[in-house]
Design a binder for this molecule. Structure first.
Ligand code: HXC
Length: 525
């Protein structure tokens, strides 16, 4: 006769089996077929993505057993533990982060009440712990069957995105659809990474657009990675595939502190702080109308291979990104003379101002390389609000309390000179290169205005104009008047720039500033 198991053992086995079954259901997500369909689209599952993002074996899942309480429209048959969101925490390069991922295999990653509660909880934990939060988005938006409860869910997340802004870094990765109001969670975060060809973001899709405005557009053109990283400026990075997108997030985190109270971790010093690159001395062409690549300037001055450009395809007349100087994380803001001669337009203003504020919020010193002939003229710019948008740069730089160092490499004309972290809006140190032209405007323009009458009266005014331009340049288009007034702290041979910036950063490491008491300022948005 077979011996029956003791009662206590049966009880334990049942308990074990119950948990094992639930864990199995939780891990299986929407099931094999849907996982296969996900893979067939070239997409990883939520769990595979988290594994690819985090250091191996560090993921700790929480709330994996939560299920929806809703039953309408067949939801009573869709009770899968986890309910379309995988949430938890782990490490990236040994540093703690919180993470959540929409699971497209469960009802298309649609966002319901439980999803909202899980994301809200992990965000609260991230804020309490003071660690970055990363959201991996791939879903059909608000879960239609849950009605207003899914709207409540999104609202809770939007609120937390706002509260967490400036407290912890928030990064969104878009790896599939992200439509309707769902886009506002990523939009409230600090960085958006998209994958080319697979991800898309839009408020209203092609069908609605066709009905309302009669425009015909496909999803990729409307809201794909390139549309948002080069035209709308919504996305900060466009990756070739999911692996590259997640790897970009890991790289990005390396430049950031865990929260606003900390400073970014210093990297191992791999480059000589005294390195002086003589190529810099001839990098700016003698002819001021000829462009040069400011990215080369940045790469030659910063620690080797440390520059990570942000928004590389949007408003290419300016450059923003992270880099390192003597291992220390810095934010770079610069003009790019190769595009629109480095003129500042609406998009450039938005791009630079937002980045400056991010760096300031997270204690990342700002290094500005300025070479701008001014704000871009034009009716579309004026009517588009260049005044309002341009004001954001002044506001952002003026408000920033991190160490601010500026190098004027060539043109520093008028308003563009002032707004690009000049001494007048309280940059800590401003350097200029010997060919810098710091003036109210370019010599040709100035002469045309100052001597309009005289030149008009002369039949052959060419030679006279040349003479006047040369005279104006000699007097005003150089860095020495600014240096003699103390507006520029020193004129540097370009090759000296790296060690001088490193020394200035070291001095300002514990910089303290005082801002007037206020609730918050009113940045011209
Ligand atoms: C519930 C959804 C869903 C949703 C998709 N599914 N979206 N379930 N609520 N919002 C389900 C589908 O019914 C399907 O279930 C499964 O997810 C996979 O979807 P498919 O359509 O088969 O996948 P695919 O062909 O890849 O298309 C994906 C998609 C499409 C582009 C996301 O599903 C889609 O257009 N969904 C609706 C998007 C939408 O309009 N959402 C509401 C936006 S308004 P089965 O069981 O068949 O596999 C919004 C307001 C938010 O979000 C406001 C916040 C403030």
């Amino acid at each position: 006769m077979a011996q029956s198991k003791p009662e206590a053992e049966v009880g334990h086995e049942a308990l074990t089996n119950k948990l094992k079954t639930l864990r199995g259901q939780m891990k299986a997500g929407g099931g094999e077929k849907r996982i296969e369909a996900q893979h067939a689209k070239g997409k990883m599952t939520a769990r595979e993505r988290i594994d690819a993002l985090l250091d191996e074996g560090t993921f700790q899942e929480i709330n994996g057993l939560m299920v929806s309480r809703h039953t309408d429209f067949g939801l009573d048959k869709e009770k899968i533990p986890g309910d379309g969101i995988v949430a938890g925490f782990g490490k990236v390069n040994g540093r703690r982060v919180c993470v959540y991922a929409q699971d497209f295999t469960i009802m298309g990653g649609s966002f319901g009440e439980v999803a909202g509660q899980k994301v809200a909880h992990i965000m609260d934990m991230a804020m309490d712990a003071g660690v970055p939060v990363i959201g991996l988005n791939d879903g059909g938006g608000a879960r239609i069957q849950e009605g207003i409860f899914s709207l409540y869910a999104y609202g809770e997340v939007f609120y937390r995105n706002t509260m967490a802004s400036g407290v912890i870094p928030q990064i969104s990765v878009i790896l599939g659809p992200c439509a309707g109001g769902a886009v506002y969670s990523p939009a409230l975060t600090d960085f958006i990474v998209m994958t080319k060809g697979i991800s898309n973001m839009f408020i209203t899709g092609p069908e609605v657009i066709k009905t309302v405005t009669h425009e015909v557009v496909d999803v990729e053109t409307l809201g794909g990675a390139m549309a948002h990283s080069s035209t709308s400026g919504v996305a900060h990075f466009a990756a070739e595939n999911e692996k590259e997108a997640l790897s970009a997030v890991r790289d990005l985190l390396g430049y950031l502190p865990a929260n606003y109270k900390e400073t970014a971790p210093a990297a191992e010093v791999s480059d000589d702080p005294w390195r002086m690159d003589k190529e810099l001395d001839t990098i700016v062409p003698a002819d001021p109308s000829v462009g040069y690549d400011m990215k080369e300037v940045i790469n030659r001055i910063c620690d080797r291979n440390s520059f990570m450009e942000v928004m590389a395809n949007f408003a290419q007349n300016c450059i923003i990104g992270f880099a390192r100087l003597h291992g220390q994380s810095i934010g770079i803001v610069a003009q790019q003379p190769l595009f629109m001669a480095g003129a500042i337009d609406i998009d450039a203003a938005d791009k630079m101002a937002r980045f400056v504020r991010f760096c300031d919020a997270f204690n990342i010193p700002l290094i500005t390389f300025s070479d701008s002939p001014g704000f871009l003229p034009g009716v579309s710019q004026e009517h588009g609000g260049i005044i309002r948008h341009g004001a954001k740069i002044v506001y952002a730089f003026s408000e920033a309390s991190v160490p601010k160092l500026t190098v004027v490499t060539r043109k520093g004309y008028g308003g563009a000179y002032i707004v690009m972290s000049s001494k007048h809006i309280h940059a800590d140190m401003v350097f200029a290169w010997p060919g810098a032209e710091i003036a109210v405007m370019g010599a040709e323009g100035a002469v045309a205005i100052l001597y309009r009458k005289e030149l008009a009266e002369k039949a052959d005014s060419g030679e006279e104009r040349k003479r006047l331009v040369a005279e104006f340049k000699e007097k005003f288009s150089n860095p020495y008047i600014a240096a003699s007034a103390g507006f520029v702290d020193d004129v540097l041979f370009p090759h000296e720039t790296r060690p001088r910036l490193i020394a200035a950063l070291e001095l300002l490491r514990d910089k303290q500033t005082h801002t007037p008491a206020k609730k918050h300022g009113c940045i011209p948005l």
